[in-house]
Design a protein around this ligand. Structure first.
Ligand SMILES: [Zn+2]
Length: 292
């Protein structure tokens, strides 16, 4: 209990609500499982509570009403706390180590600013300006997106591991825009089928190329030992196929893939040779069906 006899979870919930963020009570980890009591619960302390009059519709009941929030945490003082995503912010959910490597490879030296939570499982929640996108699992390897229709477990909730969720950069820090490399993945350009019905034409060549480059870099960055060099070669080959159509530039491909390969642990010499070779071969075989 806090100094006013109020549970820290209730106090935090009221503060979020006062800032206009809809909150929701979740089940709590019990040490041996989940307060829902199901022995097979696979999301202990991470799913919404239910009550026939207080909370019937899960996420849709998320609220900023102080009176309702007090009733929730009076009934369940140790309820974990969720924040609804999609209206005030979206959250990029990053699981180490793969997700961190994939995200770094994607945004390279761009620093992602804004509020950050260290999750109870040792991951990261990056709070960003809302994009309008919905939830996406596996946006990159180890990276999920929580947007419209989603929620995140928020501090000071407790994880099943016993660790708390905590703010690394506080919620009052201004939100940053979603990095363009991620926006491209959230809204992938749809190749348009040509009227001839035989070839897919690319509507936004620069965005298409950028999305392909981001995706390939992500797979290179997290490639397991033993497959790293072949993954890098395949990535360079496939991007070379796009470079042959002027959808990408050799220098960009080389820089991004080299960075991803370095993060995967590949040596500089081997990396340079593999990229050069993959690019050269890919350029000789332009991606069929994409030519305008
Ligand atoms: Zn449960």
């Amino acid at each position: 209990m806090g100094p006013l006899g109020m549970s820290p979870l209730l106090r935090a919930a009221l503060e979020y609500a006062a800032a206009g963020i809809p909150v929701l009570p979740l089940h709590s980890p019990t040490g041996t499982g989940c307060s829902c009591g199901r022995p097979d619960c696979d999301r202990p302390g991470k799913h919404p509570r239910w009550h026939r009059s207080l909370l019937r519709r899960g996420l849709h009941d998320a609220s900023t009403r102080a009176e309702l929030i007090r009733r929730w945490w009076t009934r369940w003082p140790d309820a974990n706390l969720a924040l609804r995503t999609g209206d005030r912010f979206d959250v990029c959910d990053v699981d180490p180590p793969g997700g961190v490597a994939a995200l770094r490879a994607l945004v390279r030296d761009r620093r992602i600013t804004g509020p950050v939570v260290r999750t109870g499982s040792g991951g990261w929640h990056l709070y960003l300006r809302p994009t309008g996108a919905g939830n996406r699992t596996g946006l990159l390897p180890g990276v999920d997106w929580r947007g419209a229709g989603g929620y995140v477990v928020a501090p000071p909730s407790r994880h099943a591991s016993g660790r708390d969720y905590r703010w690394i950069r506080p919620p009052a820090v201004p939100l940053a825009d979603c990095p363009p490399e991620l926006t491209v993945l959230l809204f992938p350009p749809a190749p348009r089928r040509s009227t001839a019905g035989t070839a897919d034409r690319v509507r936004h060549p620069d965005r298409y190329g950028c999305a392909a480059l981001a995706a390939e870099a992500g797979s290179v960055a997290v490639a397991p030992v033993g497959t790293r060099n072949s993954t890098l070669y395949r990535a360079a080959y496939q991007l070379g196929q796009l470079a042959a159509l002027d959808l990408l530039d050799d220098r960009d491909i080389t820089a991004v893939l080299a960075d991803a390969a370095r993060r995967s642990g590949l040596g500089r010499y081997e990396t340079a040779r593999t990229i050069r070779s993959g690019l050269r071969t890919g350029r000789r075989h332009p991606r069929p069906g994409l030519a305008a």
